[in-house]
Design a protein around this ligand. Sequence first.
Ligand SMILES: Nc1ncnc2c1ncn2[C@@H]1O[C@H](COP(=O)(O)OP(=O)(O)O)[C@@H](O)[C@H]1O
Ligand SMILES: [Mg+2]
Length: 368
Amino acid sequence: MNQGQPTAANAMVELRGVSKNFGSVEALKAVDLAVAKGQFFSLLGPSGSGKTTLLNLISGTFKPTAGRVFIDGKDATDLHASKRGLGMVFQNYALMPHMTIFENIAFPLKVRKVPSAEIKKRVEEVLELVRLPDVGARRPKELSGGQQQRISFARCIVYRPSLILMDEPLGALDKKLRKEMQLEISRLHRELNITMVYVTHDQEEALTMSDQIVVMSNGQIEQIGTAEELYFHPANPYTADFIGDSNLVYGRVKAVNGSVQVTLDDGSIVMARAEEGVSIGDAVQVLVRPESVIVQAADKPSDLPGLTGKLVETMVFGAVVKHFINLPDGRLFEATEINRRGLERIALGAQVRVSWRVEDGLVLRDRL
Ligand SMILES: Nc1ncnc2c1ncn2[C@@H]1O[C@H](COP(=O)(O)OP(=O)(O)O)[C@@H](O)[C@H]1O
Ligand SMILES: [Mg+2]
C-alpha cells in the first residue's frame, strides 16, 4: 500500500530495512519508508509503537541496529546528528529560561557564526512569521504555552533547515489551542515548503494535517497512505479500527461475483464490494463506517441485505445523531446520521435492521 510514495530521486528521507533494539526490546522491526521532499509526513500510532524511536533514527540521536538511513539522497546512517542539517521541535519547547526570546531564536545562528546584522534581520523575520513580532525582549516564562511553542518553531526555522522533525509538539496544550496551532503549523508548512516529519498519537491531528500518514503498531508499519486512503481503504483491521470509527463483523466468504457475500456465525449474510484476492471460504472481517449504515424498523421492507438487532441507545450530538444497536452475537453496531428536522425516531428497545450499500462494505483480513 505505498500509494503516493516517492522515488529515491525525490525522497528527503528514506529508511531501508531499519531496525532498532533496546536490549531485548525490538522497538522497530525492519522498517522501509520514504518521505518525499516538501511533504507533511506523520507517524501515527499508540504509545510504545516506535514513533519516537523512528524519529530519533532520522535525527541521528540513535543509530539503527540494522538497516540504512538516507537523508536527501545521501547515506546518513553514520553521520552525527549535528551534521544532518535538520531541525527538531519537542513537546517541552526546550527554550533557555535565562535568555530573552530574541537570544533564544538567535542562538542557532550564533552557533553558525552568522553576522549580527543578518541575525537581527532573520530573527525579526521569523517572529513575524509566527505572528509574535513584539516579544523579542521577553523571557520564555513571560509567554503562554502556545506562544512558547511558536517561539520554539521560530528558533527551528530561523536557520532554514530543509527538514523538520516534530515529536508530539502540541501534546502539552489544551484542545482549543492545539487546534489553533495545527492550523498554524499547516500554514508554516505551506509557506516555507519544508519537509516535515510529525509524530502524533492523535488520529484527528494526523488526518487533518498530513500529506502522508504512517500507521504504526509494535515497531512495524501497518499502512502508509493519505488520510483518504487510510479512511476508505484501510489495509487491515488494525488500521480500520485505529482510524475513525468502525463496525467490524466476522465471517466467511460465501460467494464472490461482482461483490462479496459473507456468512456470519449466526448464518446471516452481509455484502461488501469486490476486492482483489478474496476467495470463497476465506475468514474475513467486513468493515462498515457508521455514517454508511442505514437504520430502519426491522419490519420495514428493504432491498439491501443487513443484520437485525436491538436499538439500545440513540444520542443526539448537535449536528449528528448516533444509534447503537446490539447484534445477536453481543457486538455493538454504530450508525451515524445527519441530524435533520423531522428525522424519524425509532423507540429504544425496538428491533431494527442495519444495512449498507454494497460499495460501503469493505472486506479486510489480518496482516499475514
Ligand atoms: N532508550 C530506550 N531504552 C529501552 N527501551 C526503549 C528506549 N526507548 C524506547 N524504548 C522502547 O521501545 C518501544 C518504542 O518506544 P517509542 O519509540 O518511545 O514509542 P512511541 O514514541 O510510539 O510511544 C517501547 O517499547 C519503549 O519502551
Ligand atoms: Mg514517543
